[in-house]
Design a protein around this ligand. Structure first.
Ligand code: ADP
Ligand code: ASP
Ligand code: MG
Length: 406
């Protein structure tokens, strides 16, 4: 059986006209001999009546800090509505479509509400439906605990659903349909001459996604990579071929497009707070260990870490800042906090051991008088913490410096 998973994001299911385009993509896959499994996100973006952000807003009118379990019980509803409407659209077109929740589709998660991890994916029910030539329409983003509690997989998690189903069904490919023609060298909302990448490795796209490129969820890439299932990011609104994500480069693009490129893309993360903790010199390494342990015990992940004698510096997501500061102050630490920061990164498998990459990175920022608050680099990325007000200029300038435009 030739299985294809086709995932459609929020903008791809937002109106009857667009759902018609979706129906045609599914019909085409069937005509080509595939058995499609459809995964849908909640309809529309912020402001749309059943979008995830709207549902979160409803829950938070009662209490801003509503518990994660209760938040999940409203968040998963967006995908329910969307999958019912999409199944109806397919039925109207003569297809035998069956709406399934994440749990129906076999997705079992832990109980980490709002950011649950998939523990197991049992495709038995999906396989049985596919054998009957039915078209399963699965709610993205949803899981189910072993105790039958609904969970969600983290924002953007419908991609993760699609990859998990693709892996469980050993699909020939997983198509991620969205509102752009593929993965680009930067977010087109910031860089208007960003280029579509024909082909990209799992590793590179994982880095881009972890560093903020929201076009695909990093966990989806990690799951697909484990089973070597090709992912294709493409547009619902065009027939452009999209971006192929695999282990190996497509034969016809080996060379100029893949192996030789130093940088693949520029990305950014916002809503970051930098924390500096002054330490007693005499306390040595144990004191820095205690600070990081405090963060870990509070379930707060830290990034951009610099440890110096007498001072440590790190960043956290601003949503956790209040909690982190309370804990650290309670332990008597002297703290300095810098709010409204952003992290800008250049990602690329080809920057390993290439001289001058860091110099170019710094030059692109300093020539625009952008303050560099902290930096970190690895074999495949360079990142800097900058003031939030400079993030757009930083992304544009790095994109130009690394010659990523058309
Ligand atoms: P969907 O609802 O289809 O999952 P998302 O909003 O999650 O859509 O992702 C698509 C958006 O990701 C695009 O509209 C684009 O603005 C944004 N984006 C950010 N970085 C990139 C990038 N490097 N390439 C393409 N799109 C990007
Ligand atoms: N609807 C969910 C969200 O907005 C999941 C998704 O779109 O992938 O985060
Ligand atoms: Mg998305």
């Amino acid at each position: 059986m030739r299985v294809i998973v086709q995932k459609f994001g929020g903008t791809s299911v937002a109106s009857p006209e667009v759902r018609e385009l979706v129906m045609r993509k599914i019909a085409k896959a069937r005509d080509q001999g595939f058995n499609p499994v459809v995964v849908v996100s909640a309809m529309g973006r912020q402001g749309a009546p059943y979008a995830t952000d709207t549902l979160i807003g409803v829950a938070r009118t009662a209490y801003k800090n509503i518990a994660a379990r209760e938040l999940d019980q409203i968040m998963y509803c967006g995908e329910m509505i969307s999958a019912v409407v999409m199944a109806g659209t397919l039925q109207a077109a003569g297809m035998d479509a069956v709406m399934l929740t994440g749990g129906h589709a076999g997705i079992i998660t832990d109980a980490n509400f709002t950011d649950a991890r998939i523990l197991k994916c049992d495709p038995t029910r999906l396989i049985s439906l596919l054998k009957q030539r039915k078209v399963p329409v699965v709610c993205g983003f949803q899981g189910m605990t072993a105790e039958n509690e609904f969970t969600t997989l983290g924002r953007g998690g419908s991609d993760t659903t699609a990859a998990a189903l693709g892996a469980a069904l050993n699909a020939e490919m997983v198509e991620i349909y969205t509102d752009v023609d593929g993965i680009m060298t930067a977010d087109p909302r910031i860089v208007n001459n960003a280029k579509i990448l024909d082909c990209i490795s799992y590793g590179e796209v994982c880095q881009l996604a972890h560093q903020g490129a929201k076009v695909i969820h990093p966990r989806a890439v990690e799951i697909a990579m484990q089973k070597n299932i090709p992912l294709i990011v493409k547009s619902t609104f065009s027939d452009a071929p999209g971006t192929l994500i695999t282990n190996i480069a497509k034969e016809d693009t080996v060379g100029a497009d893949v192996i030789d490129r130093v940088a693949t893309g520029v990305t950014y993360l916002t809503n970051i707070v930098q924390i500096k903790v002054q330490l007693d010199d005499a306390a040595g390494n144990d004191a820095s260990f205690q600070v990081f342990k405090t963060m870990a015990d509070s379930g707060i992940s830290v990034d951009l870490i610099n440890v110096h004698p007498g001072q440590i510096m790190f960043t956290i997501n601003a949503d956790h800042a209040e909690r982190a500061l309370v804990k650290l102050k309670r332990q008597g630490y002297e703290i300095e906090v810098l709010e409204n920061c952003a992290k800008v990164s250049v990602v690329g498998g080809g920057m390993r051991e290439v001289p001058g990459v860091m110099a170019s990175f710094i030059e692109a920022l300093t020539k625009n008088r952008i303050a560099i608050l902290q930096t970190v680099d690895s074999h495949t990325s360079i990142s800097a913490l900058v003031p939030h007000s400079d993030v757009e200029t930083a992304v544009k300038s790095l994109h130009e410096k690394f010659s990523l435009s058309n």
